[in-house]
Ligand binder design. Structure first.
Ligand code: KG4
Ligand code: ZN
Length: 343
């Protein structure tokens, strides 16, 4: 069964053709260049760009997979969480396609997609491994920071999350404080700067280190960085950009990894899945791998660089397991976006 998957959760127009866990093709229009000059995603620009690019992106994905709509059995689309007016574009197009071509429709949670990015295979079926539940999942994106227990396909329990900002959001803000008010996205910039920085230059308190629960927090860390930089001259800030980035990044990731370890011990689960845009960070993946190795566990990350950030392939892979459970949208009209959908 071939699935045409669509994700328009935020600032990427993304379409993929998948079958089972295999990704047959992907096509993507990234709006980063459009939002960059504003220092973040501008909703109305995102909506217009989604509308403009959705049709050609669908056509491109089909062409790259060398299939036509006749070969597609099911349309899968992200219903949330995300930017409401951007989500709406993908949903409207999915509904139109499903109606006009008599296809079944599956609605997928964007964060569930990020989990399945770690289980996606290329068109040759690699990497090939069996599922072994339960998994401990760490979701790290621009809008979410969550620890999730995945007991089976479609069975999730959120066991910890950020009490305020998401880790990606914190990195984006940090880049604005350290580098320039108008940079976006900040995560990759902080990663690059941190490579040549001293991460002990400033010791930021790890906000939730003393708490016994599995929640995280980033707003205090951001304020601490802001106050540190405010106390510096412009020259000092520029001279220590790398050190500031390295110190902040280390504190932000310690917060994650500390809570991940706590969850591993509490639930005695050592198979860890990490998805979402921040999983692109090599240093974070190293930290998680090292932790998991200490417990003789296994770490699963998005299976290709294309799957780190927002993409539709992960939506198609997640949809395959919904299809196996017969979890289709009942009536096409009933599908609505849910910008704040939880797992
Ligand atoms: O999953 P994603 O692409 O979109 C959301 O669903 O939010 O995540 C975007 C986030 C942004 O905050 C971005 O700065 C961050 O992922 N990010 C990174 C890296 N690449 C993207 N953070 C740290 N290191 C990176 N290399
Ligand atoms: Zn995302």
């Amino acid at each position: 069964m071939k699935i045409l998957a669509i994700d328009t959760a935020c600032d990427e127009t993304s379409v993929a053709v998948t079958t089972g866990r295999q990704v047959l093709s992907t096509a993507q229009f990234s709006q980063v260049v459009l939002h960059k000059q504003w220092g973040g995603v501008v909703p109305i620009i995102a909506k217009r760009a989604q509308e403009e690019h959705i049709q050609p992106t669908i056509e491109m994905a089909l062409k790259r997979a060398r299939v036509s709509l006749d070969d597609i059995e099911t349309i899968a689309v992200t219903f949330g969480p995300g930017l409401a007016i951007a989500l709406g574009v993908g949903i409207d197009n999915a509904k139109e396609l499903a109606t006009a071509h008599h296809k079944k429709l599956i609605a997928i949670n964007h964060m569930e997609g990020h989990i399945y990015s770690c289980f996606a295979q290329n068109s040759k079926g690699n990497p090939d491994f069996e599922f072994k539940f339960p998994y401990l999942v760490l979701l790290v994106s621009g809008g979410h920071t969550e620890l999730v227990l995945m007991k089976d396909h479609g069975q999730y329990e959120v066991i910890g999350k950020t009490l305020d900002d998401a880790v990606g959001e914190a990195l984006d803000k940090a880049a604005r404080i350290i580098v320039d008010e108008m940079v976006y996205p900040g995560g990759p910039i902080i990663e690059r700067l941190a490579l040549q920085g001293n991460d002990t230059f400033i010791h930021f308190t790890r906000p939730m280190a003393r708490s016994n629960n599995l929640h995280m927090s980033y707003s205090g860390l951001k304020t601490a960085l802001f106050n540190t930089v405010r106390g510096m001259s412009d020259q000092e800030r520029v001279r220590h950009m790398h050190d500031l980035a390295a110190s902040f990044q280390q504190a932000a990731f310690d917060e994650l990894v500390m809570k991940l370890e706590k969850a591993m011990k509490k639930y005695k689960i050592y198979w860890v899945v990490m998805g979402g845009g921040v999983s692109a960070n090599i240093h974070l993946r190293k930290m998680v791998r090292k932790l998991v190795q200490r417990y003789h566990g296994k770490a699963f990350f998005p299976t290709s660089p294309k799957l780190y950030g927002d993409n539709a392939a992960m939506i198609g892979v997640a949809a395959h397991f919904h299809a196996q459970r017969g979890d289709f949208v009942d009536t096409i009209d009933s599908l609505e976006r849910n910008a704040r959908a939880g797992l």
